[in-house]
Design a protein around this ligand. Structure first.
Ligand code: UP5
Ligand code: MG
Length: 190
């Protein structure tokens, strides 16, 4: 699942896990958990997140690989949320996860910047556990990185015929239903 900050990746994945038993792996959540665990990589992860940049792929891909192994991966279909998000990530995806993981397609949540800003502002004002990147200064950088580095990834997978475009400006149930229909077509849901 890819999409800009606040496009609804996490919300969509939670709905699909609740209703259809997939396993959700958010690359951002894994990075935040690694940072908060006291890992030696914690400072690098935190400074990268605060600059709105993208963490070196060896860190992220290995966190995903370990999480999949720990969850008993051979039996599961995983929803990978927020990865790969630049060309470096794509190379590492192939090198580190490629031998084990088949990625049949990418769901791209297309959303206007205005909607994404509104959603993140609302989340920041309501959340009891505020993310340290949910503020205006970092958000500008997250949008810059999304346009400069993640959009080319979408274009790369588009050329391979692997992108499913979803209008993510709609309500969460509408977005989820559209994706459920796609997953049914591909036989990931009966
Ligand atoms: N909401 C959601 N859908 C809605 C809908 N359809 N209608 C109305 N409201 C909706 O949603 C955001 C908010 O909007 C929520 O309050 C929700 O209720 C509401 P959410 O589902 O959380 O959106 P999401 O797309 O997951 O937004 P998020 O902020 O998590 O996206 P980012 O891509 O910015 O964050 P992520 O955690 O993926 O990455 C954070 C940082 O980690 C990156 O900037 C980067 O520095 C680093 N990172 C890497 O370096 N490498 C990686 O591989 C991944 C992350
Ligand atoms: Mg998220």
């Amino acid at each position: 699942m890819l999409g800009g900050p606040g496009s609804g990746k996490g919300t969509l994945c939670s709905d699909l896990v609740r209703d259809h038993g997939f396993v959700h792996l958010s690359a951002g959540e894994l990075l935040r958990a690694e940072r908060d665990s006291g890992s030696p990589q914690g400072d690098l992860i935190n400074s990268t997140i605060l600059s709105g940049k993208i963490v070196p792929v060896d860190i992220t891909a290995n966190l995903l690989l370990t999480a999949m192994k720990n969850l008993g991966w051979t039996q599961k279909t995983f929803l990978i949320d927020g990865f790969p998000r630049n060309y470096d990530n794509c190379e590492g995806f192939e090198r580190i996860l490629g031998p084990f993981v088949n990625m049949p397609f990418m769901i791209f949540l297309e959303c206007t910047k205005e909607t994404m800003i509104k959603r993140i502002s609302k989340r920041a004002s309501e959340s009891t556990t505020l993310r340290n990147d949910d503020n205006d200064q970092v958000l500008i950088k997250r949008f810059d990185t999304f346009h400069a580095e993640t959009m080319p990834v979408i274009e790369k997978y588009e050329k391979e015929g692997k992108v499913q475009y979803i209008d993510a400006n709609r309500s969460a149930p509408e977005v989820t239903q559209t994706v459920v229909n796609i997953l049914k077509e591909h036989k990931y849901i009966q």
